[in-house]
Design a binder for this molecule. Structure first.
Ligand SMILES: Cc1cc2nc3c(=O)[nH]c(=O)nc-3n(C[C@H](O)[C@H](O)[C@H](O)COP(=O)(O)O)c2cc1C
Length: 346
């Protein structure tokens, strides 16, 4: 018997894992005769949200990006209306497989930070539940094989069904808290990703000459981060690297430019940073090897990357430049670049 009459699930999903978890929660709720609303925050207005009905159980599901919920989810929670409902926090993160052992991803500060936001708005947190589905982050690691993807889906669907039966019957599950030590250890990296890393990744995507300008990427980007510049897709700093565009491009034309980023990083760390430190010392004081120095150097690097990104966007009209960038992108190659999309049937 379900204790609640209604379940409202708000989710964000780049490649479908979190959407699957939201649907699996809905399956169990419907089985129990509950009324269910699934709200994809990538497709709805994220301001002026109506408060959930007082008797509804509310769930939030989102991937982990850089040891935190992505900014789109954090902003949504921040603008979410006040209420007194019971809330379930779920995430999907990078599961991998070693033999039959599912290696867990890392949640970082996602649960603690979002619980704090919601608690201050009056909500009562009933669960914190991580789900280790396949990692979609092919910018940093090779795409997973089919056996792993299928296995992780099957195991996690059972896990989410068990969780849903328990919480819909009035229970709670705080298994996310078992990992508090590693979550605290990676907390500084989550801040680094939020303030620097995500802007860096936003400037690593480009469309190759296989792009026929069909518009799928910029029309379906959940955060409207892709615009047309010079009649080709251009990734702005709003990009959250959710992988939606790369996974859905019908021409497989979107790549992560590893080679070009490596060259810009090398140039930046040797030529530009050296000059920057010298001038800063001349005008003010020595900041090399200090936290301030690291922060300013990182900001300088993002600025330089953005300028190179813009220049490259025009230079890629030249076939030779375009080929050079494409063939130095790991995502171009079969051994690495398998695009990830969550399975709908398995
Ligand atoms: C930019 C980016 C950052 C990520 N950071 C993490 C992370 O810090 N910890 C983790 O366990 N997984 C991380 N992942 C993996 C995703 O959280 C995981 O694949 C998730 O299930 C994707 O969900 P979705 O299909 O709903 O977008 C990251 C993925 C991306 C694209």
């Amino acid at each position: 018997m379900a204790v609640w009459q209604k379940l409202v699930v708000y989710y964000f999903s780049g490649t479908g894992n979190s959407e699957n978890v939201a649907r699996w929660m809905a399956d169990v709720a419907k089985e129990k005769g509950m009324e269910v609303s699934l709200i994809n925050i990538g497709k709805t207005a994220r301001r002026g949200i109506e408060p959930p009905e007082p008797d509804a159980l509310v769930a939030f599901v989102s991937p982990i990006h850089g040891f935190n919920y992505p900014p789109v989810m954090l902003n949504f929670l921040y603008h979410f209306p006040k209420g007194r409902n019971n809330v379930l926090l779920l995430n999907t993160r990078a599961g991998m497989l070693i033999g039959k052992w599912i290696t867990p991803g890392l949640t970082g500060i996602a649960f603690y930070f979002s619980a704090l936001i919601l608690k201050l708005k009056g909500y009562s947190i009933k669960s914190m539940f991580p789900v280790d589905l396949p990692s979609n982050w092919i910018s940093v690691h090779p795409g997973l094989n089919e056996r792993t993807v299928k296995y992780l889906h099957e195991r996690n669907q059972e896990k989410v069904y068990r969780f849903a039966r328990k919480v819909l019957a009035g229970g709670s599950d705080f298994r996310g808290l078992y990992e508090i030590i590693q979550d605290i250890l990676v907390a500084p990296i989550s801040l680094g990703y939020y303030f620097i890393g995500r802007f860096f990744f936003a400037k690593t995507y480009f469309a190759s000459s296989d792009c026929d300008n069909c518009g799928v990427c910029y029309k379906s980007c959940p955060v409207n981060a892709i615009k047309l510049v010079d009649n080709r897709p251009f990734w702005t700093f709003n990009c959250e690297s959710c992988m939606h565009c790369m996974s859905n491009c019908p021409k497989r034309a979107i790549e992560t430019g590893h080679g070009y980023v490596f060259v810009v990083a090398l140039l930046s760390s040797h030529a530009f940073s050296g000059l920057f430190y010298q001038y800063f010392k001349l005008l003010f004081f020595d900041i090399e090897d200090s936290f301030l120095g690291f922060t300013l150097e990182s900001a300088l690097f993002i600025g330089i990357l953005a300028i190179f990104y813009r220049l490259l966007h025009y230079a890629m009209r030249l076939k030779i430049v375009e080929r050079l960038i494409v063939y130095t992108s790991l995502t171009k190659y079969k051994f690495w670049g398998k695009r990830y999309k969550a399975l709908k049937k398995f």
